[in-house]
Design a protein. Structure first.
Length: 76
């Protein structure tokens, strides 16, 4: 069963729910039970690489020269 992300227009809650494709559009808010819920587009993680260096973040492999500091992140 796929994991879907939802957004409630009434209480502004975001939540995830395991639900079959058949019932993916028949969801009520888990917080306020409103029917004004819409499914969000989700990004999924898939492994890539040669089997040794797998990346699940969708970013290019920078060979270990990435870092964050001073309010910004980057790779050389």
């Amino acid at each position: 069963m796929p994991l879907f992300e939802y957004y409630c227009s009434d209480c502004k809650a975001k939540f995830e729910l395991l639900v079959s494709h058949k019932h993916a559009d028949d969801v009520v808010c888990m917080k306020c039970h409103s029917e004004k819920v819409r499914r969000l587009l989700s990004v999924f993680a898939s492994p890539r690489g040669n089997g040794e260096d797998l990346s699940f973040d969708g970013l290019p492999d920078a060979g270990g020269s990435c870092g964050c500091g001073g309010g910004s992140c980057g790779c050389n």
